[in-house]
Design a protein around this ligand. Structure first.
Ligand SMILES: *[C@@H]1O[C@H](CO)[C@@H](O)[C@H](O)[C@H]1NC(C)=O
Ligand SMILES: *[C@@H]1O[C@H](CO)[C@@H](O)[C@H](O)[C@H]1NC(C)=O
Ligand SMILES: *[C@@H]1O[C@H](CO)[C@@H](O)[C@H](O)[C@H]1NC(C)=O
Ligand SMILES: *[C@@H]1O[C@H](CO)[C@@H](O)[C@H](O)[C@H]1NC(C)=O
Ligand SMILES: *[C@@H]1O[C@H](CO)[C@@H](O)[C@H](O)[C@H]1NC(C)=O
Ligand SMILES: *[C@@H]1O[C@H](CO)[C@@H](O)[C@H](O)[C@H]1NC(C)=O
Ligand SMILES: *[C@@H]1O[C@H](CO)[C@@H](O)[C@H](O)[C@H]1NC(C)=O
Ligand SMILES: *[C@@H]1O[C@H](CO)[C@@H](O)[C@H](O)[C@H]1NC(C)=O
Ligand SMILES: *[C@@H]1O[C@H](CO)[C@@H](O)[C@H](O)[C@H]1NC(C)=O
Ligand SMILES: *[C@@H]1O[C@H](CO)[C@@H](O)[C@H](O)[C@H]1NC(C)=O
Ligand SMILES: *[C@@H]1O[C@H](CO)[C@@H](O)[C@H](O)[C@H]1NC(C)=O
Length: 378
């Protein structure tokens, strides 16, 4: 329930921020902003990409940088991009320049194995096994769900994941859970549920909104460790209707290569309105723009190769609590593209059941709407 509310709020944030961009409210420093965007892209792409995803990238904000005005000096730019970008953020966001910020606390672009790792409570490492059958795993769907949402998982089991025939077909699916933050009886129940249905993994982190990045990355890491025989991987949520038959039919025709497809944000910017509830401070994120990313509800699809890349760079990409942006940050470090595909929808307005059935993924839907959509013939 909470997760759903937060998700709606996050979408409102996305819409509001895109509207603000359209209105040009954050582009008062257009020329500087432009320069700085290029700068960030340049430094990230040139210094981050290597075979295994990461190369040494000097992020060191020295006191000298603070006084540096030689913005056209390539050497300086490369090593102090965060600081320069940070100043642009302060300017373009019309923050009080008076705010005192300890520059060493600004989120760096890279770190040394700083991303939090958590151990398994329930590993379920056999889920993608094909035993002796000839059925290969074409698509693994990782579904984010709050530990308390048993009813919602039941709905998803009865509807769009049912064609997996209890995880024995070319479609496999897995729910990712953490630990209940307050009530341990939820953990016992989740463990029982995991044993009964065999479609759950549980990891040792608090199952709360601010840990969704841990949840997403846990799912992707599990996929790369225990389901690497899957050709494609989708990440979605329990309040999504995924038209799995159609997706399986169309997935090859999308010709997904080194990229992520879904509903992707093309000009993503952090909310810089200090009075907003969704305000992201320059300390939390010092750049003018987010990397391109796709939103996790309705969901996005990529290849196992990209998933493995994201998992392998993630230890060195510092935690960021907006999970879709975090995946975008990892993807940017790899230099892969994102592509918006119109069948991935978020549309609350003209949502007739038959319209829903023509899309591949739509969001947000209640359990009742999911069942109705699944059962209707069009
Ligand atoms: C940053 O630069 C200072 C001075 O050159 C150096 O002593 C320090 O080790 C550097 N830190 C990092 C993380 O590179
Ligand atoms: C930065 O510039 C200010 C004012 O010009 C000066 O007082 C300060 O010492 C300089 N800091 C460094 C580290 O050079
Ligand atoms: C850029 O900065 C470096 C180090 O501060 C300096 O040696 C070099 O001359 C500068 N280049 C230009 C074109 O200003
Ligand atoms: C910044 O905000 C203040 C008040 O919040 C306003 O008076 C000022 O005009 C703004 N400056 C710019 C450049 O938008
Ligand atoms: C400027 O900074 C000082 C010291 O941190 C603080 O007391 C003051 O309220 C700030 N002024 C404004 C307008 O933010
Ligand atoms: C800035 O933050 C670092 C790390 O948190 C701390 O060691 C340092 O003392 C802080 N500096 C100031 C001036 O607060
Ligand atoms: C797969 O193994 C099961 C027993 O483990 C056996 O009954 C079945 O015939 C085997 N299928 C094939 C295609 O070998
Ligand atoms: C593979 O074998 C294991 C153990 O015999 C069984 O639990 C699992 O359901 C089988 N998986 C498939 C896809 O047949
Ligand atoms: C998860 O979230 C909680 C509450 O916000 C926080 O205390 C905790 O450190 C986070 N991380 C893990 C691994 O649980
Ligand atoms: C889970 O199901 C409940 C009860 O139907 C619903 O109110 C809630 O919104 C659902 N949560 C999500 C994330 O869909
Ligand atoms: C910032 O948000 C407040 C309310 O949260 C709103 O009234 C104000 O107009 C916003 N400012 C800008 C520049 O969008």
């Amino acid at each position: 329930m909470l997760i759903r509310i937060y998700k709606i709020l996050i979408f409102v944030l996305c819409i509001v921020s895109s509207m603000l961009i359209l209105l040009g409210l954050y582009q008062t420093q257009a020329s500087y902003g432009q320069l700085d965007k290029l700068l960030v892209g340049f430094s990230r792409r040139r210094t981050f990409i290597t075979g295994n995803g990461i190369k040494e990238h000097k992020i060191n904000v020295t006191d000298n940088d603070k006084n540096n005005t030689q913005r056209n000096n390539q050497t300086t730019r490369k090593t102090s991009s965060i600081f320069l970008d940070y100043q642009q953020v302060l300017k373009s966001g019309n923050f009080s320049m008076n705010q005192s910020v300890n520059i060493s606390e600004v989120r760096p672009d890279k770190c040394d194995a700083c991303f939090p790792q958590s151990s398994y409570i329930y590993k379920n490492d056999n889920l993608c096994s094909t035993n002796n059958s000839t059925t290969q795993v074409k698509l693994l769907i990782i579904i984010l769900t709050a530990i308390s949402e048993t009813h919602n998982r039941t709905t998803v089991r009865k509807t769009w994941t049912s064609i997996s025939n209890k995880n024995t077909r070319e479609l496999r699916y897995v729910f990712v859970l953490g630990k209940h933050a307050k009530d341990p009886t939820f953990n016992m129940r989740a463990l029982e549920e995991a044993k009964i249905y065999g479609d759950i993994i549980i990891k040792d982190f608090m199952d709360v909104y601010n840990n969704l990045t841990l949840k997403t990355m846990s799912g992707l890491k599990w996929a790369s460790d225990f389901c690497s025989n899957a050709k494609y991987v989708m990440k979605t949520d329990t309040d999504v209707y995924v038209n799995t038959p159609r997706l399986l039919q169309l997935i090859d025709s999308f010709k997904i290569e080194n990229e992520i497809i879904g509903r992707c944000i093309l000009h993503p910017t952090p909310m810089r309105n200090e009075t907003s509830k969704y305000y992201i401070s320059p300390v939390q994120y010092p750049h003018l723009t987010y990397p391109l990313y796709c939103i996790g509800g309705p969901g996005y699809v990529t290849t196992m190769k990209v998933v493995k890349g994201i998992v392998s760079v993630s230890p060195n990409i510092p935690f960021f609590f907006i999970e879709d942006v975090y995946v975008g940050l990892c993807n940017e470090a790899l230099g892969y593209k994102v592509r918006s595909v119109k069948e991935f929808q978020k549309n609350k307005v003209k949502r007739t059941v038959c319209w829903l059935k023509r899309t591949i993924a739509c969001h947000p839907l209640s359990p009742r709407e999911i069942i109705k959509t699944w059962n209707t013939r069009c």
